[in-house]
Design a protein around this ligand. Structure first.
Ligand code: ATP
Length: 370
């Protein structure tokens, strides 16, 4: 798939913008704070319905304006998708696909697939497990839209269970209803766990190969699922559910004492090793960045194998952080898929033919194609 056009109105630092992209390589060059990342963010929002960096949605609306609009035309092999998102200060955002309004966010997933790699992705390797869960949830959702629906349901059930645990501390009678919540939590939770097991199994094989290529065969990357309670990855969904219920029962008095649920997919993690060592603790900054890059690039291949088309690759200011060899690998390995790169300096793409690239300059919310 590829993006044909992007239209922005009163979005971030853009008044009005309309651009046509190249099917393959698109480079956006500009000084700091000109609007390069804002543009990539608008594409990401059309894929996932939310920003990866705005704390509040109203930040997306241009200061002093009341509404913002993002419109993106996506061309698949056999179908066109026109995704439009309208933000208003005083009402929830509205999303339309081919002019029809959708009311469930999970209906947006799968209309535009993107893989974003940005400097922030270092967190995936370096920081706490919530970053890795976010990676799992975002990436699985775009392959399986129902997964997002399950994640939302799980969060709601977990919240209810935790509220109940707190109220049991005051009134013991409430304990009777906990079983109902446990059944629901285990039901949705086991589905999430099963999806995560399958996803990590696939992505670890692909990322291992990519990482080997990037590092000339010197480094072996290994990803391992770390569930919050002991489960055999071969178990069926039903068996995972039964194990989960047992764990919840066993830990109930501790959960009541703490007023929170200690075990479940909301506490999962991924172990990331290079040559047998935990990259979070022992990896250099470069190794950590490359591990994150390999994981993201593996998602590109996985989307292709699961849905039959390559996603759009978004690279936000990451080339300058990679050494020359890794930079070359990145530009050559994905030359056939639509790639959108931002950079503060010119990038050497002389070897790429004129038809396969477009270079844009970004300045104060204006973009010119040269
Ligand atoms: N809601 C908004 N209204 C107006 N301007 C905004 C809004 N949100 C962000 N901006 C402006 O957008 C600019 C930042 O744009 P962006 O993050 O895209 O920068 P960039 O070109 O990627 O720069 P860098 O190279 O530093 O990452 C800042 O000048 C910021 O003030």
């Amino acid at each position: 798939m590829h993006i044909e056009n992007i239209k922005l109105i009163n979005y971030r630092n853009y008044d009005k913008l309309q651009i046509k992209l190249n099917k393959k390589l698109n480079i956006f060059i500009g000084n700091n704070a000109q609007g390069k990342t804002n543009l990539l963010e608008s594409i990401y929002i059309c894929a996932f319905g939310k920003s990866y960096r705005a704390a509040k949605e109203k930040e997306l609306i241009k200061i002093d304006k009341d509404k913002a609009y993002i419109g993106i035309n996506v061309r698949w092999d056999f179908i066109d998708k026109f995704i439009e998102i309208k933000f208003e200060k005083k009402r929830p955002k509205r999303i339309r696909i081919n002019k029809i309004e959708i009311d469930r966010m999970s209906d947006l997933f799968g209309n535009l697939n993107v893989v974003l790699f940005s400097p922030e992705d270092l967190k995936l390797v370096k920081e706490g497990p919530s970053n890795r869960r976010e990676f799992l949830d975002t990436e699985i959702s775009q392959i399986k839209p129902k997964y997002r629906y399950n994640i939302n349901r799980y969060s709601k059930i977990l919240k209810q269970r935790n509220n109940l645990l707190k109220s049991v501390q005051i009134n013991n009678n409430k304990l009777k209803t906990i079983e109902v919540w446990d059944m629901q939590l285990a039901d949705v939770g086991s589905e999430i766990i099963k999806e995560r097991i399958e996803f990590i199994e696939k992505i670890s094989k692909i990322s291992k190969n990519i990482h080997k290529n990037i590092t000339d065969g010197i480094e072996e990357l290994e990803l391992k699922y770390m569930p919050s309670f002991n489960i055999d990855c071969e178990l069926s969904k039903k068996e995972i559910k039964e194990t989960f219920i047992k764990v919840l029962n066993k830990n109930l008095s501790k959960d009541i004492e703490k007023g929170t649920t200690e075990f479940g997919p909301h506490r999962d993690d991924i172990k990331i090793n290079i040559n047998g060592l935990d990259v979070k603790t022992f990896g250099s900054q470069g190794q950590q960045r490359t591990a994150a890059l390999s994981m993201k690039l593996a998602e590109v291949e996985l989307v292709k194998s699961e849905i039959g088309e390559y996603p759009v690759l978004l690279l936000d200011d990451v080339l300058s952080e990679l050494d020359l060899k890794r930079r070359k690998f990145l530009l050559s390995a994905f030359k056939d898929i639509q790639t959108i790169i931002t950079s503060t300096e010119d990038i050497d793409v002389l070897n790429i033919s004129k038809e396969d690239k477009k270079v844009f300059y970004v300045s104060k919310g204006n973009i010119v194609n040269v």
